[in-house]
Design a protein around this ligand. Structure first.
Ligand SMILES: N[C@@H](CCC(=O)N[C@@H](CS)C(=O)NCC(=O)O)C(=O)O
Length: 114
């Protein structure tokens, strides 16, 4: 499997990189230079019309996905790693609660506007 991570340093994309590294998945970085407005380019807006990184493209499925929480959940399901099995309902519930707390609350409060 191979992924492309559209990223920017010191940004939400870092957690996706950490997950990819931890999983050991093959990926390459495409830096979106937000200081130069690359996140508002027509090419990037085709990937994410909201003009935000991270975006993950999964070359094995053709899926292109934005939103950090969704990308992390997609990766864990696609790779079968980093999360409790779907059949382990109690642990899975705790995992999802933590993921969405980090994504919706903590990350939203720490969000950087470029
Ligand atoms: N809800 C998005 C937020 C991602 C986000 O905040 N990205 C920032 C960089 S860390 C961004 O792209 N900002 C561009 C802008 O504000 O125009 C997610 O969870 O992935």
């Amino acid at each position: 499997m191979s992924y492309v991570l559209f990223s920017f340093p010191d940004c939400a994309s870092h957690v996706i990189r950490m997950a990819l590294e931890e999983i050991g998945a093959a990926y390459r970085d495409e830096v979106v230079d937000m200081h130069r407005g690359a996140h508002q380019s027509p090419e990037f807006l085709k990937l994410n019309p909201r003009g935000m990184v991270p975006v993950l493209a999964d070359e094995s499925t053709g899926v292109t996905l934005s939103e950090t929480g969704a990308i992390l959940q997609y990766l864990t399901e696609q790779e079968g790693a980093l999360s409790p099995a779907i059949s382990d309902r109690a642990q899975r519930a705790l995992f999802l609660k933590t993921l969405y707390f980090l994504s919706n609350t903590l990350h939203a409060d720490a969000q950087i506007q470029y």
